[in-house]
Design a protein around this ligand. Structure first.
Ligand SMILES: [Zn+2]
Length: 286
């Protein structure tokens, strides 16, 4: 839900840099012969992602043999090796791509809206069943530990509604419009809960997709944990230094956080939005 700029490196640059690191003459030759066609997979990926159709790209069966030839004479195992030994490996030229992608996230995991710090790259389409995209930068998402689903047996979308939000290529509405809300669950002790609330004028698929994203990354639970600490400090202040504030003044104080220059679906912005709209909370004698 945080939009990332497209990677600086193209697929061709990634294939070239990773190819430089390959030691085996046989692998290197096959790789170089197929490179033009391999680069075209980036176009397919891009077109389908922008259209919200990545789910339509066929995956390999989970139990596909390592020696299965995926494209241009390159096997499943070799595609995975390209990532693990020629892109991720700190000793290889391809590592420059890994490092730049990680830096591009500015320490904020795009999947969870920055509550986690990126620890490694996640294959948006997992490399185990989409090995052909293993080193295409557009498929590599800097991700925090809690959000990284690569290899965790993430359930692959089989229909459009089941697709999570793509940080590089998805529609602007997912990043610029509010689709998360919160409500107060109890006043004393005060707690709130978050839920996906896509705008009514969105098409059904987009509504379902944000619900999938919200659910798959367990954002309700994770945001509530973040909010609990913030809320306890706020209530503490309301009881003490802000105890003489009128409800209207307290509401203005809450609204100042809503207007903070952070992205629209940030858990904190949503929390203050919810609190400032709640008459009982603004006037509550804690
Ligand atoms: Zn995350």
């Amino acid at each position: 839900m945080i939009k990332l700029d497209n990677p600086v490196y193209t697929a061709r640059e990634s294939f070239n840099l990773c190819g430089e690191g390959i030691g085996s003459v046989d692998f290197k030759n096959r790789f170089n012969v197929g490179i033009d066609n391999l680069c075209q997979m980036e176009d397919t990926y891009c077109t389908e992602a922008i259209a919200g159709n990545l789910f339509a790209i066929a995956s390999l069966p989970e139990n596909t043999n390592d020696d299965f030839i995926v494209a241009e004479g390159i096997t499943k195992k070799e595609f995975i090796t390209l990532y693990e030994y020629y892109l991720r490996n700190k000793e290889k030229p391809g590592r420059a791509i890994y490092d730049l992608l990680m830096v591009s996230a500015n320490e904020k995991c795009p999947y969870c809206g920055g509550i986690g710090r990126p620890k490694n790259l996640d294959h948006f389409l997992p490399k185990a069943i989409f090995p052909q995209f293993s080193i295409i930068p557009l498929n590599l998402i800097p991700s925090c530990r809690d959000c990284n689903m690569d290899g965790k047996g993430k359930s692959i979308a089989s229909v459009a509604n089941e697709q999570i939000i793509h940080p590089y290529l998805d529609k602007d509405i997912f990043f610029n419009e509010q689709w998360i809300s919160a409500q107060i669950k109890s006043y004393d002790p005060c707690s709130i809960e978050y839920y996906a609330s896509p705008p009514y004028n969105w098409i059904l698929t987009d509504k379902e997709r944000v619900k999938t994203h919200f659910h798959d990354f367990e954002l309700s639970k994770r945001y509530s944990i973040q909010a609990a600490e913030e809320l306890s400090i706020l209530v503490y202040q309301r009881k003490r230094i802000m105890k003489n504030m009128l409800p209207v003044e307290f509401r203005a104080h809450l609204l100042s956080f809503v207007e903070a220059p952070i992205f629209i679906n940030h858990w904190k912005k949503i929390m203050y939005h919810c609190l400032s709209n709640d008459e009982k909370f603004c006037g509550y004698a804690f």
